[in-house]
Ligand binder design. Structure first.
Ligand SMILES: [Zn+2]
Ligand SMILES: [Zn+2]
Length: 275
């Protein structure tokens, strides 16, 4: 199948999204989606304001299952989870897919969010890594790669999330050979161990921070293309307006980086769209 519209990275008000699951689905139908996959933030083992609690996770799983039946024939609904590395997956739930992400760095006495503010991430690098951004990045990429393989995750969430606030290299130099070597080393690690892993081309920070391009950076996406690994375009939507934000540009970006197919998550598994 080609030219169909899907998104497997969707949040709702069960976690830090603004809209209900039903509102997200109605908007997706309106926008011509054929499949919408939900990926609520998994519960965390520390207090926070963005992830689902265990109670909410149960309700989330139940509601998405009933919406799946209700909307059958109109749009395919999938119930996935954005599994955070600070959570043990509860095997009681039979999720359609797992999207694995790392959002925190554990310091000596403090847990830092990677994607909250530039100040928080900068403080982390200063306090925990002697201001060595490459060392922080190396640890981040390793943690993500090992986590993806350990959980056998279907989708790799925002591979270089640590660049979220690094517009024009204002925090660190993404051209630094050491940085690039580390990013590619752990990218290759994932592809070597799990050749069918699907990497997100994620437009979330384009919507929320006005970033020019999706995750990941072009040098990473080029390597994904060279290795013949898979990508999927996602919006990491937290509201209805963001559902298909910059999908056209994201596909052009893929092509420019030598990625010639997009993989769509459907009820039957991943399905290829040639670009
Ligand atoms: Zn995320
Ligand atoms: Zn997300």
């Amino acid at each position: 199948m080609s030219n169909f519209k899907t998104n497997c990275h969707t949040h709702t008000d069960y976690c830090d999204g603004k809209n209900t699951a039903r509102e997200m689905i109605d908007s997706a139908v309106e926008k011509g989606f054929s499949v919408l996959g939900f990926s609520g933030h998994s519960p965390m083992n520390f207090p926070n304001e963005w992830a689902m609690t265990h109670e909410k996770l149960e309700k989330y799983f139940g509601e998405i299952a009933s919406l799946k039946r209700e909307y059958a024939g109109k749009i395919g609904i999938l119930c996935g989870i954005e599994l955070d590395s600070d959570y043990e997956l509860n095997k009681e739930y039979d999720f359609d897919y797992v999207l694995a992400s790392v959002h925190q760095i554990h310091g000596k006495n403090k847990i830092y969010a990677i994607d909250n503010t530039a100040e928080e991430l900068s403080e982390c690098v200063k306090e925990e890594y002697d201001s060595d951004w490459n060392r922080m990045a190396a640890e981040y990429f390793e943690k993500l790669a090992r986590f993806v393989i350990k959980e056998n995750a279907d989708v790799v969430g925002h591979f270089d999330l640590i660049t979220k606030f690094n517009k024009n290299g204002c925090l660190f130099d993404e051209n630094d050979p050491e940085y690039r070597e580390n990013a590619l080393k752990w990218l290759d690690y994932i592809i070597d161990k799990k050749p069918d892993a699907v990497f997100e081309v994620n437009t979330g920070a384009m919507y929320r921070c006005g970033n020019d391009t999706p995750y990941p950076a072009s040098f990473i996406l080029k390597r994904i293309g060279e290795r013949g690994a898979r990508v999927t375009v996602t919006s990491d939507a937290h509201c209805t307006q963001a559902l298909d934000f910059e999908f056209v540009r994201a596909k052009e970006y893929c092509k420019k980086c030598g990625v010639n197919s997009i993989w769509h998550l459907t009820k039957e598994g991943f399905s290829e769209e040639k670009l």
